[in-house]
Ligand binder design. Structure first.
Ligand SMILES: Nc1ncnc2c1ncn2[C@@H]1O[C@H](COP(=O)(O)OP(=O)(O)OP(=O)(O)O)[C@@H](O)[C@H]1O
Ligand SMILES: [Mg+2]
Length: 255
């Protein structure tokens, strides 16, 4: 598969799509206009601190009376066992890898995300389609093709990007849970051992995330800061957005 010099296809995700609408070709049987809920996505590489921030944000939103659901990458009930199996048996190739992830996302979109938007919930998404794009992009999957594949995704209302440098990420991952095969990109054969591979792989991945951040206009948070400093900024920006969006059927203690 080759690279596409014009990465943003007409049918796929771009930064100019209105939040809450489909990026490209919609699911034909599911029109989604005017739902009161919001999608807030937290993107960032492996072990950067996404779960930590989402847990704290959720607590804060719930205390204010918002209904919140969380959705996360590869967590669909349909696909999680298959993805786990494919990873553990190392039988993923580039295309099946991309399509399994897309199926996982489609399953969660229909079963979790769209119903929650309809019901006026805030959907906190631990990674969104951009992680799939970043991982596929550095593996040589055509960037135009993957954008058009995800045309059925709904543009999030806010995307936060936890930005980190590779040295800080390595320290954080080693201190918490160690490096694993996939997060080290061992399938890409970038280094002799898991440490070298992790460094080389994550360096490429962080570059890819940065180019997505520029393309899609992510809100960047400095992930090297302390947990509460990041959380304060996240709450400030989310609070501002929710106040400004002023959706009557949503909001603190609605309904
Ligand atoms: N800002 C921070 N400063 C220092 N350590 C942090 C920070 N944020 C998170 N951590 C620690 O880093 C580790 C990974 O955090 P967390 O599980 O939130 O990351 P994650 O992005 O969800 O990881 P994964 O990719 O495995 O889901 C945890 O031990 C957590 O306590
Ligand atoms: Mg996590």
């Amino acid at each position: 598969m080759t690279d596409n010099p014009n990465p943003t296809s007409d049918a796929g995700p771009s930064s100019i799509v209105e939040p809450g609408s489909y990026y490209g070709y919609p699911l034909p049987y599911l029109s989604i206009g005017g739902y009161p809920g919001k999608i807030i996505a937290i993107e960032g590489s492996d072990g950067v601190g996404r779960s930590t921030q989402i847990a704290l944000l959720r607590e804060w939103l719930e205390v204010q009376g918002y209904g919140v659901i969380e959705t996360g990458w590869t967590r669909s009930s349909l696909m999680q066992p298959t993805i786990d199996l494919a990873k553990s048996s190392n039988t993923l190739n580039k295309l099946t890898f991309v399509l399994l992830y897309a199926t996982d996302f489609a399953d969660r979109l229909e079963k979790e995300i769209i119903p929650a938007l309809k019901a006026g919930f805030i959907v906190l998404s631990d990674r969104y389609i951009f992680t799939a794009m970043a991982r596929a992009g550095i593996r040589g999957v055509d960037r135009g093709w993957i954008r058009s594949l995800y045309g059925f995704a709904i543009a999030p209302h806010l995307v936060f990007y936890l930005k980190i440098d590779v040295d800080t990420l390595i320290r954080r991952v080693l201190e918490s849970r160690g490096m694993n095969y996939w997060e080290s990109g061992m399938d890409m054969k970038l280094g002799d051992d898991i440490y070298d591979s992790f460094r080389a792989y994550q360096r490429q991945l962080l570059k890819e995330y940065q180019s997505l951040a520029d393309e899609f206009g992510f809100r960047t948070l400095d992930a090297r800061k302390k947990v509460h400093v990041i959380q304060d900024e996240l709450r400030r920006q989310v609070g501002e957005f929710l106040t400004a969006s002023d959706t009557p059927s949503m909001g603190p203690l609605a309904g």
